[in-house]
Design a protein around this ligand. Structure first.
Ligand code: TXD
Length: 308
């Protein structure tokens, strides 16, 4: 029995998700979108390419939530993306309305699904999905930390001219300017990065990581990054679908962990067949704790604006 993966939102990220998930044969794919024809057209195009890559999966598009029935995994990218000059927080009012609709649709038509939320502002959107759907916290997780961590990993690898495979990194906290790149836990094949790069270089990489989303928005002008977010979400999806138990920085509901209670923030967690199987609490020094607490407060301020 193949997995059925429902993609709520068939835009830039949704399109890459559909193609990558289908062509990697992670499961059958159904794309849901409110724009007539968009999900159906993208699905038909990808389905017609499947023979070339030998992908034996069904790819379909729908404008009705009935089409996602039976999905065991849902990835949500529905919502507006940033344009130059916008912050992720500027998307709150519009995307909140959308997320409420999405959460109801998924609750009613795929009630047993594991859900990865991608839409921005991420920490507020995944919180909204959890609250409106009523799903248990292990089945609702947000994608941001994997993307922020892969950006940090890329910048370190490029600076040192080493394989991206050998750079590990953790970026915690909210998905925004207050994110917390944990440099102390960044290594190159186990070698702490501060043994290989100067403090000045590391600081420059940290600042570029925090601004990386905006850097792409400024270049594209018409939207935000979509390939790196898509493959970041797929690494989470794959860990759940294949019970890989990867340790990834994800937006999880903290209920006491890291001193946080009742908010979704980016923390290291184990992702497996039971979704968020546990949160890993790493030791933070005074400076890291201060940055983390400030990031959590920013998330709290955003969530307090949500009227459900
Ligand atoms: O790391 C992260 N979490 C972020 C997330 C990284 C990059 C982008 N981030 C956010 O993802 C971005 O700020 C947006 O909020 C979402 C989706 O970004 P994308 O680039 O895919 O946006 P598009 O191309 O505009 O696609 C959004 C789709 C579009 O096709 C709309 O028609 C659809 O969402 N949409 C809806 N689908 C279902 N239901 C409703 N109500 C709906 N409204 C719009």
């Amino acid at each position: 029995m193949r997995n059925k993966i429902a993609l709520i939102g068939g835009g830039n990220i949704g399109g890459v998700l559909a193609e990558q998930i289908a062509y990697r044969e992670l499961g059958d794919v159904v794309i849901f979108d409110v724009v007539e024809g968009l999900p159906q057209g993208k699905a038909l195009d990808m389905a017609e390419g499947a023979p070339v890559v030998g992908a034996d999966v069904r790819i379909s598009g729908t404008n009705s939530y009935e089409g996602i029935a039976g999905a065991n995994l849902v990835i949500v990218t529905a919502g507006l993306a940033r344009k130059p000059g916008m912050s992720r927080d500027d998307l709150l009012a519009t995307n909140l309305k959308i997320m409420k609709q999405v959460a109801e649709g998924v609750r009613d038509h795929a009630p047993d699904a594991y859900v990865i939320v991608v839409s921005n502002p991420l920490d507020a959107m995944v919180y909204t999905f959890k609250e409106v759907s009523g799903f248990p916290k292990n089945r609702v997780v947000g994608m941001a930390g994997v993307l922020d961590s892969t950006r940090l990993r890329s910048f370190v690898a490029w600076e040192l001219d080493v394989s991206v495979e050998d750079v590990t990194a953790l970026v915690l906290g909210g998905h925004g300017d207050t994110m917390v790149p944990l440099v102390r836990y960044c290594t190159v094949a186990g070698i702490p990065v501060d043994r290989l790069l100067s403090a000045e270089k590391i600081n420059a990489i940290v600042e570029r990581t925090k601004a990386a989303g905006g850097e792409v928005v400024a270049l594209l002008k018409t939207g935000s990054a979509f390939v790196s977010p898509a493959v970041s979400a797929i690494s989470m999806a794959e860990s759940i679908l294949k019970d890989k138990k990867r340790v990834l920085a994800c937006a999880c509901l903290c209920e006491g962990e890291y001193g946080v209670d009742g908010l979704y923030v980016g923390v290291p967690c184990v992702l497996g067949a039971a979704g968020v199987e546990r949160i890993i609490e790493v030791e933070l020094n005074a400076e890291e704790q201060k940055m983390f607490d400030a990031s959590v407060e920013h998330v709290r301020t955003l969530v307090e604006q949500i009227q459900l």
